[in-house]
Write a protein that binds this ligand. Structure first.
Ligand code: AGP
Length: 605
């Protein structure tokens, strides 16, 4: 959660710190703050709420200085107030932090007993006190940092300024990502490539346990034991630097409309359009896999649930999908012939990462299906399955979701081939179907006006039910999650067959029932569910295709998406479902890209 930036610059840094914080705001927006060194002294400005509140503060109280750090916060310990906003200070030390210090209460007790007094309720402030205590014991700044890191437990990334050290920022990572950016006579550290993207495209990703000292010209990186190490400098794509809304009102709207391209790009990594074959993963033969265990959270878990139908139906490969936060704590019994797969947009979600590590430690082969290709999961898994959605800024995941479905669908086809379930001509047929997905997603975006019209009534609802069968069931779960998170309307997704087992009691004229049902083998059964809802005075909104529209019971409001092969129907149906949540949130005047209490990347438990 939380975003971090640090700049050792030649020119004043405040404007660039603020630019970077705006790019990082998707990570958290409870408060923000910056600190710089001016004439050997550290000055800071902080404000509760979004970056614009900090901008206002800086208008009245500008901040000079050519070296500085910045932070945008997603609150864990301590209310989202200015008092708890980062940077936190003690003596010569000022720092920003992403993550959680698990033993902070114990350390705070110890420091308090030694006469330290604290000005915030955060776990972070303890780190500033510890480093300052080490400095006063005579440690050099780097040794003080190292000795402090040895005392704290938990997951974190840090950027640290020391008063009087005008040419140095220190950083550290354990559990939360941190990158070093190499400029010309200037150096940067940040939470991710987006943070430093506008300043440099030369980036090194710190490894787990690393700490770093940057000055104007170089970075000295140390591993957890304190030995100097080199981490490779990579050239990152310009995309990281070019995240703008363009003509769209919100990132979410833009990202929904980018799905034909992001699906296309992702397909390019898994299929060869010339030969109509899928591209196998080097070193991985699905014939040697007996089971797939997917771990994921939120939207990523729904993409995985959709893929489960395909791995099992096409490739005959038993597949389990489990919420990572449950999986990691239930001591699952696993066989080493199981392939563990983490699905994650960020590649940093704490629970998913812990579940992946658990599987790795249990001797399983692991794969990370991630959109951030340099993320911790990407680097720790045995196999990297990239999605090519590009940077996703809206907190509500859209294009990353369909990119995950795209990649997993192609992988299910590869698995079917390698396990002898289909031959080359059947594979070619499936690949051709897959390659139609970008065009059909583009066509399904044309439902926008119809969906926008439906959103007007839906926005008045207090509760909404989403129903689907087969692969449309996880899509119903995703539709409900999308609506909840950005419009704050209570929504539940159910398997349509479960309707009579309880949720039908919720049906009344005030509760829209959104049914996702293309005209497939399940349609007739789902049509019966629609009739049952209508018979009880309920309002049904049906997302279907042309054939489904023609067979819809009377009294149903229908959105017609393009017809498609069942292999890609989840991709085609996603856009209208996402747009409904989007337009309901717009209708309600909600903060679409930065919904309350949420953050894009959940790097704490
Ligand atoms: C999606 O709209 C959510 N904001 C959330 O459920 C998200 O999908 C989840 O936190 C997992 O994130 P990840 O894909 O980065 O691991």
């Amino acid at each position: 959660m939380c975003g971090i930036i640090g700049i050792v610059g030649k020119q004043p840094v405040t404007e660039r710190l603020m630019d970077s914080l705006k790019r990082l705001e998707y990570r958290g927006y409870d408060s923000a703050g910056v600190a710089t060194i001016v004439d050997g002294k550290i000055e800071r400005r902080r404000a509760q709420g979004k970056i614009r509140a900090l901008e206002d503060r800086l208008l009245n109280q500008p901040l000079s200085g050519t070296i500085g750090i910045g932070h945008t916060r997603w609150a864990t310990h301590g209310a989202p107030s200015e008092r708890n906003a980062h940077p936190h200070t003690c003596g010569r030390v000022t720092l920003v932090h992403n993550g959680i210090i698990e033993n902070f209460a114990e350390l705070k007790g110890e420091l308090t007993a030694q006469g330290h007094s604290f000005e915030s309720d955060t776990d972070t402030e303890v780190i500033a006190h510890l480093i300052d205590r080490q400095l006063s014991l005579g440690d050099s700044p780097v040794t003080a940092l190292k000795n402090t890191l040895d005392q704290i437990t938990g997951a974190f990334a840090l950027a640290v300024l020391i008063a009087g050290e005008d040419n140095m920022i220190m950083g550290a990572r354990r559990g939360s990502p941190l990158v070093v950016g190499y400029g010309v006579g200037e150096m940067f550290i940040g939470s991710d490539a987006l943070a430093v993207g506008p300043f440099t495209n030369r980036i090194a990703y710190l490894d787990e346990g690393d700490f770093v000292v940057i000055d104007h010209d170089r970075a000295q990186i140390f591993d957890a034991s304190g030995s100097a190490v080199d981490r490779p400098i990579k050239i990152v794509s310009a995309a990281a630097a070019l995240v703008e809304k363009g003509n769209y009102r919100h990132f979410m709207e833009k990202e929904i409309h980018e799905q034909p391209e992001s699906c296309q790009r992702t397909l390019g990594a898994y299929t060869d359009a010339l030969t109509s074959r899928t591209l196998p993963t080097p070193g991985l033969d699905f014939a040697s896999v007996d089971r797939i265990q997917i771990v994921a959270c939120g939207t990523a878990s729904y993409a995985a649930q959709i893929a489960r139908y395909l791995f099992e139906r096409l490739a005959g490969l038993p597949t389990d999908v489990e919420i990572a936060s449950e999986f990691r704590y239930r001591d699952p019994a696993l066989l080493t012939t199981t392939l563990a797969v983490a699905v994650s947009q960020s590649g940093e979600t704490a629970d998913t990462l812990a579940a992946l590590r658990w599987c790795k430690a249990a001797g399983l082969r692991t794969a990370a299906l991630v959109n951030s290709h340099e993320s911790t999961m990407a680097r720790e898994a045995d196999f990297l399955w990239p999605t090519h959605a590009g940077p996703e800024i809206g907190v509500a995941s859209t294009k990353a979701f369909t990119a995950q479905i795209t990649a997993l669908t192609a992988l299910a086809v590869t698995a079917a081939v390698q396990r002898g379930r289909i031959d080359a001509s059947q594979e070619a047929k499936l690949v051709k179907i897959l390659l139609e997905a970008p065009r059909l997603i583009a066509a399904s975006l044309k439902t926008e006006e119809a969906v926008r019209a439906l959103a007007i009534d839906t926005a008045k609802a207090r509760d909404v039910l989403y129903l689907g069968r087969g692969p449309m069931y996880p899509l119903a779960l995703e539709g409900a999650l999308k609506l909840k998170e950005i419009s704050y309307i209570h929504a539940e997704g159910y398997a349509a067959g479960e309707l009579k087992h309880g949720p039908i009691a919720l049906v009344d004229e005030a509760t829209p029932v959104i049914i996702i049902a293309p005209h497939d083998s399940f349609f007739e059964k789902t049509a019966s569910n629609m009739s049952e809802v209508i018979a009880r005075g309920g309002r049904v909104i049906l997302f279907t295709d042309e054939e489904g529209g023609a067979h819809a019971p009377a009294g149903v409001r229908v959105v017609i998406a393009p017809s498609s092969d069942p292999l890609i129907t989840p991709l085609v149906m996603s856009a209208p479902i996402q747009m409904l949540a989007y337009y309901v949130a717009v209708q309600k005047g909600a903060d679409v890209d930065q919904p309350r209490n949420l953050a894009k990347s959940v790097t704490v438990e």
